[in-house]
Design a protein around this ligand. Structure first.
Ligand code: F6P
Length: 343
């Protein structure tokens, strides 16, 4: 078989590990050939391709980002016949089947292609960990580790200056990064998209700490967190080709509001794309490798319209529809455990 590979959506530590694993397994065990489409679905329109071999994918396991490049290109944008465009590119390049690596948008395109008869096995990717049907996506562990390291560092400066530090982390629909990093970093309040927050309650937590003699606090907020009452002014603006608004600004809003309401000096930090950059953790390298091996094995077995997934400690395949029906939201029990340590 000649198999096409692409990475789509936001980049994520571990993408190169998947590419390396697919190619190594596919060439050595199954005798396949591989072609990479550059910059996500954009590579199909302009035939921007590169042959992927054991040599060209060697040494990339510890590297962040993606050697193929990525984009948020939507081949079905404005009613376009994306399937025809992609099929034509597959024919021109003699490609029989595809392994797209991406989140809800990239895998949504994969599901449409599979329904139209293109053999496809997807690999789930998002640092947000909000894809359903799999316990974890690679990149999440790295993002949590980076955010936790940042919170540890912010602790010492917050303590030295008697300040409240608000840390904004990624998490569009789900607060997995905020909750895990907040728990690991000992946050005094964690704000997530799933639970609109009451700012009075947050300020009460901070006042209670100060009343007990603690002179500093750490608040971790997902970029998608919003107050239960009223609206806030954030930096939201513009949408990508899949219709997602660009988030940001919650930490700046909280910085002003917390300082105004409590009188405690407050500073904010937006971790942003730092969470997506650099080398993947060992956990993410192993998960990416296991996903890559299973994806090419599943395609070779004749599976299509599926995604590789982690359930417990097992790697398996599940229908793409199962993963795409709704985002995987934060487990309320996990949040309740984190909340034991608020204030
Ligand atoms: O979907 C993953 C994610 O990291 C979100 O948490 C965030 O909202 C978004 O990507 C940012 O995307 P971009 O790289 O386009 O700014």
């Amino acid at each position: 078989m000649r198999i096409g590979l692409l990475t789509g959506g936001g980049d994520c530590p571990g993408l190169n590990g998947v590419l390396r694993a697919v190619v190594r397994r596919g060439v050595r065990t199954h005798g396949h050939e591989f072609v990479g489409f550059r910059h996500g679905w954009a590579g199909f329109t302009d035939d921007n391709t590169v042959d992927l071999t054991i040599d060209s994918t060697s040494g990339i396991l510890p590297r962040g980002g993606t050697i193929l490049g990525t984009s948020r290109t939507n081949p079905y944008k404005d009613g376009a016949d994306g399937t025809a465009v992609i099929r034509a590119a597959l024919e021109r390049n003699g490609v029989d089947a595809l392994i797209p690596i991406g989140g809800e948008d990239t895998l949504g395109v994969a599901a449409r292609l599979a329904a139209d008869g293109v053999p496809v096995v997807g690999v789930p990717k998002t640092i947000d960990n909000d894809l359903d049907g799999t316990d974890y996506t690679f990149g999440f562990d790295t993002a949590v580790q980076i955010a936790t390291d940042a919170i540890d560092r912010l602790h010492t400066t917050a303590e030295s200056h008697n300040r409240v530090l608000v840390v904004e982390v990624m998490g569009r629909h789900a607060g997995w990064i905020a909750c895990h990093a907040g728990m690991a970093g000992g946050a005094d309040a964690i704000l997530v998209p799933e639970r609109p927050f009451d700012l009075d309650e947050v300020c009460d937590h901070l006042r209670a700490r100060h009343a007990r003699g603690r002179s500093f606090s750490i608040v971790v907020a997902s970029e998608g967190a919003r107050p239960a009452q009223g609206s806030i002014t954030t930096r939201e603006g513009g949408v990508d080709e899949f219709g997602h608004v660009r988030l940001g600004g919650i930490a700046a809003w909280l910085e002003n509001e917390i300082e105004a309401r409590t009188g405690f000096e407050t500073r904010m930090v937006v971790l942003g794309h730092v969470q997506r950059g650099g080398t993947p953790t060992a956990y993410d390298r192993v998960l990416a490798t296991r996903y890559g091996v299973e994806a090419v094995d599943a395609l070779t077995r004749g599976e299509s319209g599926v995604m590789v997934a982690l359930r417990g400690t097992e790697i398996l395949t599940i229908p793409l529809e199962e993963a795409l029906a709704a985002p995987k939201l934060l487990d309320p029990e996990l949040f309740a455990t984190a909340a034991v340590f608020f204030g």
